[in-house]
Ligand binder design. Structure first.
Ligand SMILES: Nc1ncnc2c1ncn2[C@@H]1O[C@H](COP(=O)(O)OP(=O)(O)OP(=O)(O)O)[C@@H](O)[C@H]1O
Ligand SMILES: [Mg+2]
Length: 499
């Protein structure tokens, strides 16, 4: 065997082992650009966005205090702003459409964030992802509130949208800089796919990669997803396989269009195409169908047949995903599309409006929990001068025991006070015992005499919190250095607590 062949065989064995040991994470996440230079082919956007952020960092907010990044899906809008935040050491406060529906919600989230002081001496970027999710009529109040906040924000606001020319977004053009992201060319997408193939040690035909890139028309996310689907199913990526499996998404569609085309379909093929061309992933469409069948089909017999078809579609989808037989997708399209559409026989379709699926709402709630965990880990990491990762793996497990299992709530309450935890963070750590611990916190606070409180306040001496702009203006570089040297861990650490 030639040395080269032997090397290749080893590479494949090692990769196969690595894949076995490591759970398959989506490649769009695994290969998400971490640094600015890893976001390919968006040089024009970088040339405008980076100087704009630099102005903020230097304490000279630009005249337009928001930017609107626009362009087709999957071309690097979110990735670039995440990479910039990482490289400039800024905190990224990410909100998505569900956080800014009404004017009330906007004021509560964006309004508060706009005046927020950075937690750990860094600046903040407020990211309003997919702002085109704002509905023109129902959420008009939200948009007005946003227009009010932008000119006065003390932190940069970055919005993203696919189509900035939608009527409801036009007023934003006055207050935000528009920065365009272009779809990548076929050659550029092929280069990204080829890099992934090399890193995964995958055998990929160049023609197959070209085919994917052409069908997905410059959408890197969709192209990487296609590549992963074929590679995981068959262990190699050839033109024949790709032609068979990658349908492309000729016309990307809004979820409500997909639902209408299924529930109101008059032709079998239309319902099927609605399912296969949907912009959302198949699981999301199934979740929407699942929660909306009972709203649209009033006769239980119709609903029964529709659920029956949908449950079979779910089985097929799982077999395709976990068993690697992607050919089964064809049944998913037929069962979830026409299977649901033609289940209705006994009653006319109801006029009830579509409801947001519970499962997706739950995922949003889980996201909130993740965010609390991150914030908490950040606070403790700051106080104990360790990394967030260390806190999560070495400190949080003990805190869970102290907060949830210990009979006496006082130690947990003391820790909460020492780390200055808020109610959400205490709830995260304490679960069902949160109330008990909050009460203990109040008791401790009350029992502390004025002398003790004053001493504590003196010891803690919180740094005056200012916004990025104010701080940069106030502090000269030399002073900043001196302050950095002075920085000490806060008075309560786990060690000191157990001493
Ligand atoms: N220009 C690029 N260079 C490298 N990878 C990219 C690029 N664009 C997209 N990707 C890949 O595609 C994935 C999705 O990109 P991203 O979330 O930034 O797209 P987006 O433009 O924000 O799309 P959407 O409008 O749907 O939110 C990323 O995780 C990354 O793997
Ligand atoms: Mg995005």
């Amino acid at each position: 065997m030639a040395v080269n062949d032997r090397r290749k065989t080893w590479c494949r064995i090692v990769t196969a082992l690595r894949r076995k040991l490591k759970p398959n994470i989506p490649w769009v996440i695994k290969y998400r650009p971490r640094r600015i230079e890893e976001v390919f082919n968006q040089d024009d956007a970088k040339k405008r966005l980076i100087p704009w952020i630099k102005q903020w960092v230097e304490g000279k907010p630009p005249s337009k205090r928001a930017v609107l990044l626009h362009g087709p899906p999957g071309v690097g809008k979110t990735s670039l702003i995440e990479a910039i935040a990482r490289e400039f050491g800024l905190e990224l406060l990410e909100l998505n459409a569900s956080d800014y529906r009404s004017s009330e919600a906007i004021r509560r989230t964006v309004g508060v964030a706009a005046n927020k002081k950075p937690l750990y001496g860094k600046g903040i970027i407020i990211l309003l992802d997919e702002i085109d999710g704002i509905a023109p009529r129902e959420d008009a109040g939200g948009l007005r509130a946003l227009l009010d906040i932008i000119p006065r924000t003390r932190n940069p606001i970055v919005m993203t949208a696919n189509d900035p020319w939608k009527d409801q977004l036009r007023p934003l053009h006055q207050v935000a800089e528009l920065i365009q992201f272009k779809p990548l060319t076929v050659t550029q997408v092929v280069a990204i796919l080829q890099r992934i193939c090399d890193l995964e040690g995958l055998e990929c035909e160049r023609e197959a990669l070209r085919y994917i890139a052409e069908v997905e028309r410059g959408d890197v996310r969709a192209s990487i997803n296609d590549l992963q689907a074929v590679a995981e199913g068959y262990g190699r990526v050839t033109l024949t396989l790709v032609k068979m499996l990658v349908r492309g998404r000729e016309k990307k569609q809004d979820i409500f269009i997909t639902l209408n085309q299924i529930f109101y379909a008059s032709k079998f093929w239309r319902a099927r195409a609605a399912m296969s061309n949907s912009q959302e992933d198949y699981e999301t469409v199934i979740a929407w169908l699942n929660d909306n069948i009972p709203r649209k089909y009033e006769d239980p017999r119709d609903a029964f047949r529709a659920f029956d078809a949908l449950s079979r579609a779910t089985i097929m989808l799982n077999r395709a995903k976990y068993g690697g037989s992607w050919a089964l997708l064809t049944y998913v399209f037929s069962l979830a599309g026409p299977g649901v559409a033609f289940a209705r026989k006994h009653a006319p379709i109801s006029k009830m409006r579509y409801a947001y699926p519970e499962r997706i709402k739950l995922l949003a709630r889980l996201r909130e929990v993740r965010e609390t965990r991150e914030r908490l880990a950040g606070k403790i990491a700051n106080a104990t001068l360790s990394s967030k990762r260390q806190v999560k793996s070495e400190i949080l497990p003990y805190l869970f025991i102290i907060f949830r299992e210990a009979e006496d709530p006082i130690p947990a309450a003391r820790l909460a006070l020492g780390y200055n935890l808020d109610r959400k963070e205490v709830e995260f750590l304490a679960g069902h015992r949160a109330r008990e611990i909050m009460e203990a916190i109040e008791k401790i606070k009350k029992s502390r005499g004025p002398i003790e409180m004053a001493r504590e306040a003196r010891e803690k001496k919180p740094r005056p919190q200012t916004t990025m702009v104010e701080r940069e203006e106030e502090t000269k570089p030399k002073e900043r250095k001196a302050r950095k040297k002075e920085k000490k861990p806060s008075s309560t650490t786990l060690d000191s607590f157990f001493e």
